[in-house]
Design a protein around this ligand. Structure first.
Ligand SMILES: [Zn+2]
Ligand SMILES: [Zn+2]
Ligand SMILES: [Zn+2]
Length: 348
């Protein structure tokens, strides 16, 4: 790389090889005067059981469903599903300009725990490992449906990210087609494999391990890194250390390692601004269309919106809506901040 460019001082663009787009980085702007507030907000105290919560054990949901008295994880078909398995096929195409296709799918909700007040960061490791096992089972079960070609497992945490309920849960959307972002990443990984004979993310992980600059934490099976091309201030990528294409290839030990690394990164997040840290996270992995997809490398993205404090968030507006993503604090600085943030669960 050209050493004339000072990545910590001069405005520059960084290449995101997974999405194949540029990210503008403006490190000099972190010097600018900031007049916003920096107050801490006390984490809201939540009860272990909330009679109003539609995810707590024994409570009623929409359409007259009643949750069982579950004691571990609990999965059910979303009462307000964005996709339905029974949608009839059909579509339209007018001059390649007005194009639509019917889309079938199955949407589920997975409760991580019967406890309303817990989060990934403060769940017991054994309980969180059961959640990982449930993700693997759901990926397998939904992926085995002959018309389902992609399974997206994701969690929205915090009101700031639009989560409608604080009860610890995630969603699984299984589609007839592979959605936009995984398609982009698939093309990038497949092209890289075709031209170099190597896996894009295996090679990327090697570079990160060599420099160490952007590594946040790691265990035997997973590494957390602030990607070189991160857009969100404290965005991280959770990478499988070995080349596995999807979560169904993790054995019991690796499932536990995944639970461990998720608990550790979310604890670091919570401690950063001493607040339950909002984020959207989710997995990217092999589509379930029956092909081997050697190019796919299992990973999870965390996209948290917070920038300077519990209340100051980044907005994707202006230049970002109209031109392209931009950030001020460098990924290296963000990694350093996360490295010094403790891994002990935040006391509420
Ligand atoms: Zn609840
Ligand atoms: Zn790989
Ligand atoms: Zn991805």
């Amino acid at each position: 790389m050209n050493s004339m460019l000072q990545l910590d001082k001069a405005p520059h663009r960084r290449w995101n090889p997974l999405r194949r787009e540029w990210v503008l980085v403006s490190p000099q702007r972190t010097d600018r005067p900031w007049q916003g507030q920096l107050e801490k907000t006390a984490p809201p105290k939540r009860p272990q059981y909330d009679p109003q919560c539609y995810l707590c054990p024994g409570n009623s949901r929409a359409g007259g469903h009643v949750n069982p008295q579950y004691t571990s994880t609990f999965v059910f078909d979303n009462d307000y599903a964005a996709l339905l398995p029974s949608t009839p096929s059909g579509g339209c195409d007018d001059s390649s300009l007005l194009v639509a296709r019917a889309e079938r799918g199955i949407c589920r909700v997975i409760c991580f725990s019967p406890r309303h007040d817990l989060t990934i960061s403060n769940m017991e490791l054994a309980d969180l490992t059961r959640v990982v096992a449930m993700w693997s089972d759901q990926y397998r079960e939904l992926g085995a449906v002959d018309w389902i070609r992609h399974v997206e497992i994701f969690e929205n945490r915090g009101e700031m990210m639009g989560a409608s309920n604080p009860h610890p849960h995630c969603q699984v959307w299984a589609n007839e087609t592979v959605p936009n972002d995984p398609v982009r990443e698939e093309h990038a990984q497949l092209d890289f494999l075709t031209t170099t004979g190597k896996c894009l993310l295996c090679e990327y992980l090697k570079l990160e391990l060599t420099s160490g600059e952007r590594i946040v934490c790691a265990n035997q099976s997973f590494t957390v890194v602030v990607p070189f091309w991160a857009v969100w201030p404290f965005e991280v990528l959770v990478l499988a250390n070995e080349h596995v294409t999807a979560i169904d290839q993790l054995d019991g030990k690796r499932q536990q390692d995944l639970a461990d690394i998720l608990k550790r990164i979310t604890s670091r997040y919570d401690n950063l601004f001493e607040v339950p840290f909002p984020y959207s996270m989710g997995f990217h992995q092999r589509p379930t269309d029956g092909n081997g997809h050697r190019e796919w490398h299992l990973h999870a993205h965390f996209f948290p919106p917070l920038l300077r404090s519990a209340t100051v968030r980044k907005f994707m507006v202006g230049y970002e809506m109209l031109a392209g993503p931009q950030r001020d604090i460098t990924p290296e600085t963000a990694a350093e901040r996360l490295r010094t943030s403790p891994e002990t669960a935040l006391k509420s």
